[in-house]
Design a protein around this ligand. Sequence first.
Ligand code: G3P
Ligand code: MG
Length: 246
Amino acid sequence: MSNTKVFAHRGASGYAPENTLEAFALAIRQGADGIELDVQLSSDGIPVVIHDETIDRVTDKTGYVKDYTLQELKELTVLKDRFPAYNQSKIPTLKEVLEAVKPSGIQVNIELKTGIYWYPDIEKKVAEIVEETGMKDRIVYSSFNHYSVQRLKEIVPDAETAYLYSDVILNVGGYAKETNVDGLHPAVYHVKMADFLKEYKKSGLKVRVWTVNEETDMKELIEVGITAVITNYPDVAVRVRKESEN
Ligand code: G3P
Ligand code: MG
């Protein structure tokens, strides 16, 4: 039995508009063990689930998330041309997502999108919502901004955390352990280079690799018992995991 978990990247974003309630619901139906989502702040300081700093790519309007109120963001529809079957999807708040997925029992990887704008108090606002929804034990926080991860830890010292990175970092396992972080979230292309996969595994930290969309990569990572694959196609990863058990 494989221990590798399947995390749906922005929900089942290969099939439904990314980071929407519909994509998260679909991920649950497809058998994902967890979801990954991205959090930014609206102009009125509400944590909202959207990947980019702007609304340009996923809606038919333009501009920065941080310049729109929640009410204005709610008027927009997400990726309706790319996914015509889902032509009513809205940008959800973090609270709406957590409340929607809570009954399923799945884990949630909250990525703090603080790499370009470090939204004031985003860590505190997110932690408060997690506390309110009573889902603390099911959350893994990550960010490309490692100071933001540390700030979250100051607020919630027992939170599970991980460093995201998209460049190769020297002694990343040692660095994470020295700074009391529980996991590494490397890009899938890193684990194909040199002996990095071995090195990450050997660190003893939780290793969740993104974005694992190729079956061959899923198979390899499941067979070495990686902590999790973060994928746009959770149904495929669930099937590959099942096949690897036979
Ligand atoms: O958290 C894994 C992955 O989502 C990081 O990159 O750009 O898809 O948010 P990105
Ligand atoms: Mg992300």
